[in-house]
Structures are given as C-alpha cells and as structure tokens.
Design a protein around this ligand. Structure first.
Ligand SMILES: CC(C)[C@H](C(=O)O)[C@@H](O)C(=O)O
Ligand code: SF4
Length: 750
C-alpha cells in the first residue's frame, strides 16, 4: 500500500498496537522546558520512576527568563527577580540534577528557545519522533520528523517510558506551487495557508507541506512554516527531507558522522511520500497569490494582505462569523475597512520560535540598515539562542539594529507570550514575528499583528504596518542571507549546570526513591462514570487555552489551585481584579457549574498547557461539550479524568438553551448518553479512553506493563538507526539502571 511521509515515520515507531488502533509510539527526542515539566518530574518522584532515556532528552530554560544582559549572570537564583519564574527555573535545574539530564542553562551559549536549539544542535533529525510539552514542537517537522506538542501528563509518560499513547492522525497535504514574489517569506506562506484552511482546518491531521515553492525554502523558512502548523489546528506539520535538510544538518554537534552519516542519509532518502500515496485532505495553493501578510484580528486565521483592509463584519454572511469579527475588532481597536497600511503601531517584537533564527535577523537587519525606528516606536530583537546572538554579532547585525534604535536582547521566548517582564501594556499595538495574536497574549489588553521579520522591521521604521516591498534592499544585500548558522564545537561540557552554591538536589520523599524502574501499577486517575449538574453556556468560537488560563498562571509547579484563574481575563477586570458581572461563571447558578457547553467550534486551541484542564477541574467543571476540540486540549482532558464530549451543532445548541434556562444536564459515560429534562443524545467516545476514564486508569502504569515490547523495539532501533542513541553512551543508553543519584554523576557525552 502506498504510504505518505507521515505513514512511514509513524510505522517505524509503533511499539505496539491495540485493537482499537491506539498505539504505543516510541519517542526518539524529548525536549524539556521549565513551564510544563515540574509536575511531570513530581509525578515520577511520587511513583519512584527514573527517566528512561536521559540520552534522548534535552532540557533548557526559555519561557520565564529575562532577556536583559547576562554580563553579571552568576546563577538563576540571583538573576531572575520575579519569584514564581525563578522557582520554576530553579525547579527545572533541581530536576535536571536529580534525574541526570542534559541541560543548556543561562550561562551556556547553546541555551535558547527549545524549538530553536533542537535543530541547531542536530538533536532534531529526519525520520525521528520529537515531542515537547509545547505546542510549537511542530517546528521540528521541517526536518521530516514527526514532531508534536504534548501536555504535562504526557511529558511524564515520555520521561518514564520513552513512548506515548497515540491514535494515528489523518493525512493532509498542502501543496504550494509556483513562484513567490520578492518580499514574500515562509512566514507569509504559512499565514496565508492558515487564512485559507482556518485555525481548525488541520484538526485531527498531520499536514505534509509540499510543492515547488516549499522545496525552494531554506530550513529556517521551513521551520517557520511547520512551526505554525499548530495554528492551522494540525498536531504536526512535516516536510520531506532533501539536500537542503542534509546541508543544514551536516557537521552539527549531534548529527551522525562518517559512515553513520551515509547510512542515515540513505534512510532519510526513503522518507518521502510514494507517488500514489493517498491523503485524506488535499489543499492546493498558488504561490503567486501570496502577498506579504499580516493579521488584523485575534486569531491567526484573521489574515489579510498588507495591501488589504480590515474586514467589515456587516459583509459576513454567517452570523457566527459576524459575531467573531465584531468581537475581534472591538478588542483590537480597529474600524472596519481601515487600510492595513494605516494601522499605527507602538512596538515591534522580532523573535519567538517562529522567527528568531539567523536568517530572520538578517532579513530584518537588511530593512533596518541605515534607517531609524519611528520616534514613537519601541522595537526589540530577541535572538532564538545564544549561538544565534553570537553569530549575529559576528556579522554586525546587532550594530545595525542598535544604530536604528532597536533594542538588542538575550535569547528566550520573551514578548511572544510575556511570561517574563517583556510585555505590552493594555491597548499597545505590536508588529510581531511571533505566532499567536490571541487576546491578552503579549500582555493583558495587548494588540498583536503577526507578520514576517522583514515586515516587522519595516513597521518599526515607519511606525505603521508597511508593505515591505516598498523598502526591499538590493539583491546584493540579500545574497548572503541564506547561509545557515555555522556551529562551532561547544566549549561547555554537555551536561552543564552552573556551579552555584545554592542548588540543592531535588528532594526525594523518603522511601520513594525515583529508581524503582518498572513500577507497572496502573492507578491514580479520578474515575468518571456519570456527572450531573449545572451546565454553563458559552457562545465563543475558537476558545484558546490562553483565554482559558493566561500565561501569568503557568508559573505554578503544582496542578491544583488554578480554579480562580479559569477564564481570568473574561472573569475579572485585570486592573482592579473586580468580577465582571456579565461573564457566565460569575452568575448564578453557573458558579456551581459542573459542565460547560460551548456553541462555538475548535474549543481549546493553541498552547498545549495542561493548566487549562487543571483550571477547569479545580473550578469544578469536569465535562466540556462542544462541536469540536483542538487535539492537544482534547487529549489533556482525558489525562485528568475529564470528558471532552463532541456533539453535533444542533445538539449543542439545544443543550445550550437548556443551560441558559438553568436546567441540569447529566452525562452518563458508561451508557454514552447526555440527558437534560428536554433532550437525550447518544455520543461517541473512543473505547480505550472510555475504559481508562471509567476505571480511573493511569496510562503510565498501563504502558509500563509493555516493557518487554519497548525493550525489543529499542534493540531493533539501536541495530537499525544507531545514530539515534546518545553518542558515546551507546550500550548503556538503552539500559538506564540508575539509582538516580548515581545517574547524575554519569557523564552524558553526546
Ligand atoms: C508554555 C507552553 C505550554 C505554551 C505552548 O504550548 O505553546 C507556550 O509555549 C505558548 O506558546 O503558549
Ligand atoms: S510560541 Fe512563543 S512562548 Fe511558545 S515556545 Fe515559541 S517562543 Fe516560546
């Protein structure tokens, strides 16, 4: 049977398959950051489990850290002022030590945004499975890897078992053919695509990007495209590896070398779709139709060519769409029909895992060179990693930016989501190279316009959103902009923790040593059988997880206590914390709601933060009814004993009417029925998920019972793809028998 690229990579990683199609999938590469890992490590500790493959795990700090100069950096304890951010980073460092993992800390040039450093080091390789507790893991699909974001419970699952439980997604093919016009970049391609398919267009799918215009893209541009596959609703985006991929990877510290490189390339060359492979969904896009693109609203699908205008809700035929446009325009503070080039901005952010690589900085610098930022604009440039920063400085890009009045910062996520001090003030408007323009994303009340690095630079110079094509530099300047970042051999030792006095080993509860290995007990999740109660109605489309729980609440290292943060920006006035009396959860009887029914589609889109289901749970809501859910949120609910329930639009609308009348709804999972006094509907649920919910089974314990199969898979993996085991660690790598305190002493030499 002909296979797609996704089919092939998937098939090469199946450890075991159940009758209902649920697979145990082996994970080759696990990236870890400080926000989504503390609760996962805590889970390991409580169960006495070690990390199964430290050689396939790489950690860094990126979300919380300040991007101010590190000249006087000693350690994170003294450097990070904000207490919760500091605690989260310290907790990661303690966990790294206790579990013996490789870590790039703030004193290491290789530190940076997880999705920048993985590829940069050659940790990300074609044909691998890559996961991270972060939705933009899709970035790594640019290498022909199957890469997707996971929740914290799944982070724990991967740490413990190096596998994940998954059902196979559908195949979606997006082909971009023809010639792009000058000034149009990978970012414009992906913004345009999301405009075409919508933020739910790829739900349930892995997208393969192909076509002549994709082939011509550099690795940096391919990463920008796959990065935003998640904004198109897809779990992952992939591009078949080719010579461009190999040229980028060759010589990177963790890429295979010598004969192993040749064997790897021979395998990678098989990773392309068979000629007659069949896709469930096909989308064709003409490259010539793509202009430099910007967003006008509060969803990444709200795109328009820079030459276009703000849409007029009155022209929307669909009433739900009209409502969504009105809501977005009210938030973003724009009038219908305003030409995009007349939109005045306050700030510019050049950075994020979408656009902070060397090529992005070169593109922005080529526009900025010899010009000055508009005097009312503050512009910041945040390189994606320390190595990119160093390279940019070698090329003099920092000087170009500084001379133009742009701020030159240290590596991190920064104002992409503002978990650190880099934030917009309420109503400030920003041209941003990041990936999400959700309400409150860059700060409470912030207004974001997504665009390419060159477009953001042009906006910074003019002070208005600007068609970069009017400012393009000569061919000569652009000639060098495609040379990839050259990585010098790392100076630091691989497992680098700062020498600092006050990092104490992670506390290990007495009698609960994290090294018992094969604890296969399956227990620990709350059971879900029936649930009856007040049901809160909500009429919002594309409810994103930033809306469910804003960034400032992600700094906790616990799973509990988040109920009061649920829908924070909608429930409370951010300036005085007073309740908004109009929001449904502030009204009686909905303060007691146990169920939420949302009439809009694509519930839970965006970030992978498991804090979203934790917040619902803590509030007391354990079931959400909607017409469709984003994949990661859907999955995260099940991992917490919660039920995301899909019904038809008509059924959801009828239940919403009952909910508005204050009637109770009953969800009977055992018999798969939803009942209200007026209606009774049957619903579908995957048998394995139902089994786990009804019996309160924890996945990790279940998977550990398949340890023999995992070991067999690992033996085959070492024989077939030897470059996937941590180098100089082969042999020991597949058998971590560490008592954890010793594991930290073992030198992990890549
Ligand atoms: C913190 C993390 C869970 C989150 C994500 O999953 O995307 C963040 O990176 C984001 O961009 O919102
Ligand atoms: S989207 Fe932003 S916050 Fe999330 S990983 Fe990328 S840079 Fe960091």
């Amino acid at each position: 049977m002909p296979q797609t690229l996704f089919d092939k990579v998937w098939a090469d990683h199946v450890v075991d398959q159940q009758e209902d199609g649920t697979c145990v999938l082996y994970i080759d590469r696990h990236l870890v950051h400080e926000v989504t890992s503390p609760q996962a490590f805590e889970g390991l500790r409580n169960a006495g489990r070690p990390v199964r493959r430290p050689d396939c795990t790489l950690a860094t700090v990126d979300h919380n850290i300040p991007t101010t100069t590190r000249k006087n950096f000693k350690n994170i304890t003294t450097f990070i002022e904000e207490a919760d951010s500091r605690t989260q980073c310290e907790t990661l460092e303690e966990n790294i030590e206790a579990f013996g993992l490789t870590y790039f800390g703030m004193e290491d040039d290789r530190q940076g945004i997880v999705h920048v450093i993985g590829p940069e080091q050659g940790f990300t390789l074609p044909g691998t499975t890559v996961v991270c507790g972060d939705s933009h893991t899709s970035t790594h699909g640019a290498f022909g890897a199957l890469a997707f974001g996971i929740g914290t419970s799944e982070v724990e699952h991967v740490l413990a078992t190096q596998t994940i439980l998954q059902k196979k997604s559908k195949n979606m093919r997006i082909s971009v053919d023809g010639t792009l016009t000058p000034g149009v970049t990978g970012k414009d391609i992906v913004l345009h695509i999301i405009g075409v398919i919508g933020t739910a267009g790829g739900t349930g799918c892995v997208i393969e990007f192909c076509g002549s215009a994709i082939r011509e893209q550099t690795m940096e541009a391919r990463m920008s495209i796959c990065n935003m596959a998640i904004e198109g609703g897809a779990r992952a985006g992939m591009i078949a590896p080719d010579q461009v991929t190999y040229d980028y990877l060759k010589g990177r510290p963790l890429a295979p070398t010598g004969a192993e490189w040749d064997n790897a390339v021979a395998y990678w060359n098989t990773l392309r779709a068979d000629d007659d492979a069949v896709y469930d969904i096909n989308v064709e896009i003409n490259a010539a139709d793509i202009a430099p693109t910007v967003t006008w609203g509060t969803s990444p699908q709200d795109v328009v060519a820079i030459t276009g205008k703000v849409p007029d809700p009155a022209q929307a035929a669909d009433p739900a769409r009209r409502l969504a446009i009105e809501r977005a325009l009210e938030y973003i503070g724009l009038e219908p029909n305003t030409p995009m080039e007349q939109v005045k901005i306050d700030k510019v952010f050049i950075g994020s895992c979408t656009n902070s690589r060397i090529e992005d900085l070169r593109a922005a610098a080529s526009i900025v060179k010899g010009r000055k930022a508009a005097d009312w604009v503050y512009a910041m440039v945040v390189p994606g990693s320390g190595l990119i920063k160093r390279q940019a400085e070698k090329e003099g890009l920092d000087v170009i930016f500084k001379e133009a009045g742009f701020d030159w910062r240290e590596a991190g996520c920064s104002m992409c989501l503002g978990m650190n001090p880099d934030q917009l003030k309420p109503k400030e408007r920003c041209a941003s190279t990041s990936n999400r323009n959700f309400e409150g994303r860059q700060g409470a009340g912030s207004r974001t316009h997504l665009c390419s690095p060159a477009m953001a630079a042009a906006a910074g110079i003019n002070g208005y959103l600007t068609d970069v094509r009017t400012m393009l530099p000569s061919e000569d300047v652009l000639k060098n902009s495609h040379q990839p970042l050259q990585i010098e051999s790392p100076k630091q030792t691989p497992a680098s923790l700062p020498a600092k006095e006050n990092v104490s080993p992670a506390p290990t509860p007495a009698g609960n040593k994290p090294a018992q290995g094969k604890s296969g007990a399956a227990s620990g999740m709350p059971k879900f059988t029936t649930l009856k109660g007040i049901t809160a109605p909500l009429d919002i489309a594309n409810v994103d997880t930033d809306m469910i729980i804003p960034k400032q609440f992600l700094k906790t290292i616990k799973r509990t206590g988040l109920g009061s943060a649920l829908f924070y920006a909608l429930r409370f006035n951010p300036t005085n914390n007073e309740e908004n009396p109009n929001f449904v959860l502030n009204k009686e009887p909905y303060r007691q709601a146990k169920i939420l029914v949302c009439t809009g589609p694509n519930f839970g889109c965006g970030s992978s933060r498991e804090h979203a289901p934790w917040a619902f749970n803590d509030f007391g809501i354990r079931c959400i009814i909607a017409t469709s859910f984003a994949d990661i949120f859907f999955n995260n609910c099940f991992k917490n004993g919660m039920l995301p329930l899909v019904l038809s639009q008509e059924q959801v609308d009828l239940l919403a009417v009952d909910a508005k009348d204050g009637l109770e709804v009953e969800v009977d999972l055992v018999n798969q029925l939803v009942k209200s006094p007026n209606h009774e509907f049957k619903f579908d649920v995957e048998p394995f998920r139902k089994h786990c919910l009804v019996n309160g089974l924890d996945d990790i314990g279940l998977t550990m019972q398949k340890d023999d199969k995992i070991e067999q898979f690992e033996a085959r993996r070492t024989a077939t793809w030897p470059w996937l085991d941590g180098k100089n660690y082969t042999g020991k790598a597949t058998k971590i028998n560490a008592q954890q305190p010793e594991a930290k002493k073992q030198k992990l030499d890549w």
